[in-house]
Design a protein around this ligand. Structure first.
Ligand code: AHR
Length: 511
């Protein structure tokens, strides 16, 4: 009896150490021999609304600005976005879209009428950035444009005219107007949606009413190869999805879904940078809700569309915190910390893993608004932790998704537990890319990767992490969060072993 307890004691101590150090045996099985759907590059899309300093100051400063620009577009921002390989930009909103009358934003700038941006701070919108500027900007950064039509306060005729103005190569009053405004050839714009959040700021409609209205708009959304998008559900409003799929599925190519991670509640969302580990945990937990939303909405879509013709497009997502102290509450300007990097990584893993149904996503928003890639202040520009995660993950764009099985330990806070690891994998040009998030801010995770169907010869990696959960990049300071090489993954008897540091987002590439 005595002898047994002497043997058990060191064993228990060893096991405790193992779990404290994160050496618990996590395993990720990657089925490289069973490539699945293409991860549409549009999953890495962005959203740019006429809100705060996303467009004005962020993208566009005007040709007369002393901030270096080309045709009014900031050169530093254009360069950073090109490096990110942004595949798609959604515009002009958001809530702004259902107040926007596109003819206000064409023609000589001096003749364009100003309007009030009723949703976002009541500021004057001078319409100096309109259709031509948006589409030229997309051409400049090499992204596909995605235009949201005005359903809430517009007309079917106005929407049809806009599509004709932009896409037609035939002669018509609209194409004559386009040519008069300096653009001879049409633009190639594939993605068009009929309204935004039509259950809320886009008209406060009931799903039955919007389904009929959508059918009407869709009847006049005409252009070769056009991809028609219906305004979809708010988070877990499954009835909205049910009604739209039941009544309008034959007339749409995609339907949207909006879900934001709000760490607190909508009245007190919490600071973007001042938070503790409890709030970190809640943020992770609320982000993981995206898995449930995508799964349940997909199940409804499967019922009506088993061949998966209609895409689920998460065209607004990301962290929504309180605005930075001293900034206009209507401008939604928030900082961006390592926590945002983690939230980006988790969401993108979820979308990759559901690539059979999720065909697009647009983080809100690209610059200076909510969970941004880039922050600007006059001439200065900051690349956020989220920027680096998008840069890391762009290897998945248009790659084939690989099914994975994750066997991992839990990250526990009080009575609540979540999986400590989130991951997704893809293959392109013979290279298997695995992206992994370690949600645990204290313990590292030792993981063995079993890549079935690949004889791995080389392993390389990248990492985004920092020494604090709330580390962030600020103007005029050295970056606290960036992307560096990750050399911690090693080949081991046909498997790959890696220790993923606490609170990190990691890319491992195998070939
Ligand atoms: O992204 C900010 C706003 O959030 C959008 O304008 C709206 O669609 C959503 O409610």
């Amino acid at each position: 009896m005595k002898k047994t307890s002497r043997l058990w004691l060191p064993m228990i101590v060893l096991l405790m150490n193992i779990s404290l150090l994160g050496i618990a045996q996590n395993k990720i099985i990657i089925h490289a021999d069973q490539p699945g759907s293409k991860i549409d590059k549009a999953i890495y899309g962005q959203f740019a609304e006429h809100l705060g300093h996303c467009i004005y100051g962020g993208i566009y400063v005007g040709e007369k600005s002393d901030i270096p620009n080309t045709y009014g577009f900031r050169l530093d921002v254009v360069g950073a976005l090109k490096e990110l390989k942004v595949p798609l930009v959604r515009w002009p909103g958001g809530c702004f879209a259902d107040t926007y009358h596109w003819k206000d934003g064409i023609g000589p700038k001096a003749d364009r009428s100003s309007i009030i941006n009723v949703h976002w701070g009541g500021v004057t919108e001078d319409n100096s950035f309109g259709t031509h500027e948006f589409l030229n900007f997309c051409e400049l950064i090499g992204a596909d444009p995605y235009i949201c039509l005005n359903v809430g306060s517009g007309t079917v005729q106005e929407a049809a005219d806009w599509i004709e103005y932009v896409t037609s190569s035939n002669e018509s009053p609209m194409t004559k107007l386009r040519k008069k405004n300096g653009r001879e050839k049409p633009w190639n714009v594939k993605y068009w949606s009929a309204g935004n959040e039509t259950w809320g700021c886009g008209g406060n409609m009931r799903p039955e009413y919007y389904a009929d209205l959508y059918r009407q708009y869709a009847s006049y959304m005409r252009a070769p190869g056009i991809y028609k998008i219906a305004s979809g559900a708010n988070a877990d409003d499954y009835n909205w999805m049910e009604v739209l799929m039941r009544d309008a599925r034959g007339m749409m190519n995609g339907i949207s879904l909006h879900y934001y991670t709000v760490a607190g509640d909508w009245n007190k969302k919490g600071s973007a940078t001042q938070f503790d580990e409890n709030v970190w945990f809640t943020t992770m937990q609320k982000t993981l809700k995206m898995e449930e939303l995508v799964t349940k909405h997909s199940a409804i879509m499967d019922k009506y569309d088993p061949s998966k013709n209609v895409g689920l497009l998460v065209d607004e997502w990301g962290n929504w915190f309180d605005v930075e102290p001293g900034t206009n509450p209507g401008f939604l300007f928030q900082q961006n910390s390592l926590r945002d990097a983690m939230v980006a990584g988790i969401n993108l893993n979820i979308f990759n893993n559901h690539a059979d149904r999720v065909r697009m996503s647009n983080i809100a928003q690209m610059i200076n608004v909510l969970q941004s890639m880039i922050l600007t202040k006059d001439k200065e520009m900051v690349l956020t932790p989220t920027y680096y995660v998008f840069k890391m993950y762009n290897v998945h764009q248009d790659a084939k998704m690989l099914p994975i099985e994750i066997k991992c330990g839990k990250y526990t806070s009080g009575a609540n537990s979540i999986d400590a690891i989130s991951a997704s994998a893809s293959v392109k040009d013979g290279i298997v890319s695995v992206t992994i998030c370690n949600l645990n801010p204290v313990n590292s995770q030792a993981i063995s990767f079993d890549v079935q169907g690949l004889k791995t010869a080389t392993v390389t990696g990248k990492i985004v992490t920092a020494n604090k959960i709330n580390a962030f990049n600020d103007f005029g300071k050295k970056e606290e969060v960036t992307m560096t090489d990750f050399n911690n993954a090693k080949l081991n008897k046909g498997m790959v072993d890696a220790t993923i540091p606490a609170k990190s987002v990691v890319l491992i590439q195998l070939k």
